[in-house]
Design a protein. Sequence first.
Length: 264
Amino acid sequence: MFTDSHCHLNFPELQSDLASILQAMEQAQVSRALCISVTLEEFDSVHQLALDHPHLWATAGVHPDSEDVREPTVDDLVRLGSLARVVAIGETGLDYYRLNGRSVQDMAWQRDRFRRHIQAARILAKPLVIHTRSAAKDTLRILREEGEDGSAGSAGGVFHCFTESAQTAKEALELGFYISFSGILTFKSAQDLRDIAATVPLDRLLIETDSPYLAPVPHRGKTNHPGYVPLVAAELARCRNRSVQEIAEITSANFSTLFKGVQV
């Protein structure tokens, strides 16, 4: 019924209790989840989850915050992205939130890494999983420069765990991207985000946990897991004046459309 479009089941907080988490997913009617790669070193553990469980899928990518790790080439990403049950490239993008004394100009390595992910996605014709934090202008600019404008040949993808402005959402949608909302949508301080969620076209909406982080209310501050994604759906349903069932069906159908070949 529900689909978690972004989680990190290979992270130690979840991997150590995987059997219980999979059971919680089943009890919560979460029928699918996408497991996200953040380094090449950890890719095998992400991929193995998808190989071992028919309701899990994987991505191939290196997170913009991942430093002191193996730097991916386009060939690396194409090779891994071609493997069975790998349905997207990412998590990729830009993050200027933690510059740690560096300037935006110093983050050229992030921008170069992002471009390689886009190029690989276009070769594979698989969508991108985009992370952007305090870097929306550059994220959108680089997507456009690499040909991601929604036209034929675009890879497309999703802006995951969306927390940016209404203008960023508008521009991402114009480029053909989907918008995914996480447990942040349930936070008391997130009214601006709920206002954005109320306006995104229904056929471009996704939901996620980004677990083990960002557990939705009433579990905020605890370890998050895919079994909590119905709480995100419930908040989105309130934003859209729809039933939770409708939001579950809409977002699950959108997941199947974006990540081609992924069925219930």
